[in-house]
Structure formats: structure tokens, C-alpha cells
Design a protein around this ligand. Structure first.
Ligand SMILES: O=C(CO)[C@H](O)[C@H](O)COP(=O)(O)O
Length: 214
């Protein structure tokens, strides 16, 4: 089975958590694109979606799904999103697609966070995938120096500007054995907007696309 097939199966499987009348939080990425395709089949039954990126907003609108403003949407019972890595405690690295800040906001608001991944994303220890950190542009060098002090090797995602007008550092060579503590520590560096570690608010449910899930 190809990786994309696993993503498609996971994306479709998330549909079982969608209930009539819901506002559905929608993440970003290629796995979520499969979820959006599946969600389109229920578009007349849900109230609408709140979107974590311009990319997902475009996809949702193309498929005729109403996109709502998070500030006026009320409760978000369900958030469906992918991840770059996932450990046994459902802690995640996210932000490979650069949408980590809005993703973290919707994950925080949502009652249930369903994470959809292909099998290659499951790891014992987070950190093989470089950890994305969104930074205010003027703080890039300072934040990078602070990360080096903590043993990481930050690489500027040159040329990428987030939906919020910020920049991203991808931090290599971290072996994340204490994700909650690291998330808290990196969050308090001046100039950091969001750390792509989802440990203080992990996923509630992880769906890994597989043959058995078909
Ligand atoms: O965090 C993300 C975007 O910021 C994505 O969920 C993550 O990068 C996984 O993407 P894909 O489903 O394309 O493998």
C-alpha cells in the first residue's frame, strides 16, 4: 500500500466522527485533503468548517463547504488534522506545511482532536522530523541562538512566509524525550509565535491508515 493510500484511508476514516449540525475544525496537508474530499459528501449535513490555513480554505470552498470564522463559530466539537510525527502518548510534531499556529489554535478550542496519519509517522521518540518553530521575523537570529543553546540546530525555511506573515525555523537534531517541558520552554523565548510540538494539547484519537481500516 502506498503512503498516499494510507493517507486516504485515514482521511476517510475520520468521517465517522463527523455528526450532523457540527462545525468541523479542518487542519492542513495532503492527508487532510483526503478528509476534505470525504467531508464534501456530508457538506449539506454539517454547519460548516473552520480552517487552519489559506490552503485548506481554498480546498473547502472548491468543494462547496461553508468556511466559518473561528471567532463567531461557537463550539468546535471536532478537529481533524494530520501530523509529521506521532508518539505513543499521541504527542505530535506538526507544521511541516507551515500552518502550525492556526492549527494549534483550533486544536486548543476543539473538544476532540482526531489526528490522521500514514504509518510512517508513528515514532518511539519525537524529533527525527525537524521541529518547526514559527517566529516573528525580527526575532529570527535571536530565537535561533537560543535554540542552539538548547542543543538544536535551527535551519531557516528561507522564502517561506506563513499565513500570519511570520517565518519558520526547522530545528534539527532534537531527541524529544520530554515534549511537554520542551514545548513550554521554547514557547517562552521572546519572538516565538508557536512551537510545532503538540504535547500540552496532544491528539485525543490517532487514526493510522492501514489495510485493516479500509
Ligand atoms: O502540520 C501540518 C501542516 O502544517 C500537516 O498536518 C503535516 O505537515 C502533515 O502533512 P501531510 O498530511 O501532508 O503529510
Amino acid at each position: 500500500m502506498t503512503k498516499d493510500e494510507e493517507k486516504r484511508i485515514a482521511g476517510r476514516a475520520a468521517l465517522r466522527y463527523v455528526e450532523d449540525g457540527m462545525v468541523v475544525g479542518v487542519g492542513t496537508g495532503s492527508t487532510v485533503a483526503h478528509f476534505i474530499d470525504a467531508l464534501a459528501e456530508r457538506k449539506h449535513l454539517i454547519e460548516g468548517a473552520v480552517s487552519s490555513s489559506e490552503q485548506s480554505t481554498r480546498l473547502l470552498k472548491e468543494r462547496g463547504i461553508a468556511v466559518l470564522d473561528l471567532n463567531s463559530a461557537g463550539d468546535i466539537p471536532l478537529y481533524v488534522d494530520g501530523a509529521d510525527e506521532c508518539d505513543a502518548h499521541r504527542c505530535l510534531i506538526k507544521g511541516g506545511g507551515g500552518a502550525l499556529t492556526r492549527e494549534k489554535i483550533i486544536a486548543a478550542v476543539a473538544k476532540t482532536f482526531v489526528c490522521i496519519i500514514d504509518a510512517g509517522k508513528r515514532v518511539d521518540v519525537l524529533g527525527r522530523f525537524p521541529l518547526p518553530v514559527e517566529v516573528i521575523p525580527m526575532a529570527r537570529s535571536y530565537v535561533a541562538r537560543e535554540i542552539v543553546k538548547r542543543g538544536g540546530q535551527p535551519v531557516w525555511r528561507d522564502g517561506v512566509v506563513t499565513d500570519n506573515g511570520n517565518w519558520i525555523l526547522d530545528v534539527h537534531h532534537l531527541r524529544i524525550t520530554q515534549p511537554v517541558e520542551l514545548e513550554r520552554d521554547l514557547n517562552q523565548i521572546a519572538g516565538v509565535v508557536t512551537v510545532g510540538l503538540f504535547a500540552q494539547r496532544p491528539a485525543d484519537i490517532v487514526l493510522i491508515g492501514s489495510e485493516e481500516m479500509r
